[in-house]
Design a protein around this ligand. Structure first.
Ligand SMILES: O=C(O)[C@H](O)[C@@H](O)[C@H](O)[C@H](O)COP(=O)(O)O
Length: 285
């Protein structure tokens, strides 16, 4: 039997950034509970950019099993860990330093390999293999949660539109030395890793993302890297956007709530579509 098609993206739109931050914290904690209940630990991958600041709602939360967290980075710039350009560093400043995750459970690149991008990527992949091989018989690692951003040309992680890193199918982690914006030398998790996770969550804010969000959600056939993140069943993909970023998209927003599985995602998106169609009909009267 062919595998079921990926679930449709679930789109949450929030009136302001604080609502987005609070809801994101709530969602991450639920994802953690779900993962710990089912698998005894919580594997999460963090991105760079504005994501780190949007995770501030997690600091000071009670009833979080921080000792069960295993933190990885979706992509990383080949810079020292204390550089302002380091994705580890930005997440450390905004989030990680405020919560008691045991340091050995925060998996950074090994700075010993900064001069050799291939070694850097291989070493990070080995860290993933070491972690996932025992618990995961699948061909690719299965993160409980991958938190993603959308870059200005539709990239996510360091998977840039039109770049060969997008077609990597074997490696879990690959490298590039010609990123079109920001630091050029980077490593990144690959599309198959993104499409094998249990939950991928994009976090997008600000009006400068509005046009792009419209393209990614309403015209996925354009094939921008962000549109390609459609995790295979039972995986789910969610979009968290503030009102400024959500301004132009026609994709129907779902009322924010925890969605547990593919069937619930399908039903929520179908209901949101019906609501949007009813509203459009009323407006036309
Ligand atoms: O290392 C990186 O550059 C990031 O991981 C990258 O993929 C980021 O998530 C997007 O570019 C969005 O960045 P903003 O949220 O800052 O726009």
């Amino acid at each position: 039997m062919p595998p079921p098609p990926p679930a449709p993206p679930v789109f949450y739109s929030f009136p302001d950034n604080q609502k987005l931050v609070d809801s994101l914290a709530n969602f991450v904690i639920k994802a953690q509970r779900d993962a710990v209940e089912k698998r005894g630990k919580f594997t999460i991958a963090l991105s760079g950019g504005s994501l780190a600041a949007n995770l501030r709602g997690l600091a000071g939360q009670e009833n979080v099993q921080w000792d069960k967290w295993e933190v990885f980075f979706c992509d990383e710039r080949a810079v020292p860990l204390d550089s302002e350009d380091s994705n580890y560093h930005s997440n450390y400043v905004s989030f990680l330093q405020h919560v008691p995750i045991p340091p050995k459970q925060i998996h950074t690149i090994n700075p010993a390999y900064l001069d050799d991008l291939e070694e850097l990527a291989d070493d990070y992949e080995k860290q993933l293999v070491g972690h996932f091989a025992a618990s995961n018989a699948a061909r690719y690692p299965t993160f409980d949660l991958m938190l993603l951003g959308m870059g200005k040309e539709g990239e996510t992680c360091s998977l840039f539109a039109g770049h060969e890193v997008l077609s990597e199918r074997d490696a879990w982690v690959t490298s590039l030395d010609d990123a079109p914006n920001g630091p050029k030398r980077r490593i990144t998790m690959t599309i198959p890793v993104l499409t094998h996770c249990y939950r991928a969550v994009f976090v997008v804010s600000g009006s400068e993302k509005a046009e792009l969000l419209h393209t990614v959600l309403d015209e996925p056939e354009t094939g921008l890297p962000c549109s390609r993140v459609r995790p295979a069943a039972p995986g789910l993909v969610f979009w968290f956007a503030d009102a400024d970023a959500a301004r132009l998209t026609k994709y129907p927003p779902t009322t924010f709530r925890w969605i547990d599985n593919q069937k619930e995602a399908e039903e929520a998106v179908a209901a949101a579509k019906e609501r949007a169609a009813r509203r459009a009909a009323q407006d036309a009267e």
